[in-house]
Design a protein around this ligand. Structure first.
Ligand SMILES: Cc1cc2nc3c(=O)[nH]c(=O)nc-3n(C[C@H](O)[C@H](O)[C@H](O)COP(=O)(O)OP(=O)(O)OC[C@H]3O[C@@H](n4cnc5c(N)ncnc54)[C@H](O)[C@@H]3O)c2cc1C
Length: 166
């Protein structure tokens, strides 16, 4: 199954009920539900799979124990494809309001408008900036103790963090 985004008939300037920005798990979920509600939906995102493209095995998703992250992306993508939601692979550069509608400006394909926009653009991790951090991300370096603690059971680990005073 191809992960290549598809939007064969979408024209710049076209209006939608919902535009989902992002191509990670949250975007696939939002697109699925929007389409199931019979809303005219467009997905615009840069990286199919989002952060999952950096993950190896995912072991904490109910019902999909030990799934390979690439297979998980394919599973999500195939589910959304069943609903024929058009997907544009592009960067969203700005979001503005024109009357009752939101205007989503893309880097390469012009503007699209919608009554509602779902921003499923993920998060950026705050990194330590130490040597080896990027090299070993997902292979010993983890940013999610809730997700990954069981993978390091019985091993010596270092947890780095800070208390944020509010
Ligand atoms: C190495 C690694 C291992 C992980 N392992 C696990 C695990 O085992 N279990 C678990 O539950 N979670 C794991 N995670 C976390 C999980 O991948 C994230 O929680 C999840 O991907 C978040 O999904 P999201 O859709 O919210 O955001 P993201 O996956 O970050 O997706 C954001 C999307 O938005 C797009 N985007 C952002 N800005 C724009 C823009 N301006 N225009 C267009 N598109 C844009 C990006 O290209 C991307 O497609 C792991 C993450 C990493 C990095």
């Amino acid at each position: 199954m191809s992960l290549i985004p598809r939007a064969p008939n979408v024209k710049p300037g076209e209006k939608f009920d919902v535009i989902v920005v992002g191509l990670g798990p949250a975007a696939y979920g939002a697109a699925l539900y929007s389409a199931r509600y019979m809303l005219k939906t467009l997905v615009i995102g840069e990286t199919p799979g989002g952060q999952l493209t950096e993950a190896g095995e995912v072991d904490d998703y109910l019902g999909l124990a030990g799934i390979n992250a690439g297979d998980m992306i394919k599973t999500f993508s195939a589910h959304v494809a069943k609903y024929n939601v058009p997907i544009l692979m592009d960067r969203v550069e700005s979001l503005s309001k024109s009357g009752e509608e939101f205007v989503v400006r893309t880097k390469r394909r012009g503007d699209y408008s919608a009554k509602a926009v779902v921003l499923a653009i993920g998060v950026k991790r705050r990194k330590l900036g130490v040597p080896g951090e990027d090299q070993f991300a997902g292979r010993g370096v983890s940013y999610c103790s809730v997700c990954d603690a069981p993978l390091f059971k019985g091993k010596r680990v270092v947890v780095v963090g800070e208390v944020i005073q509010r």
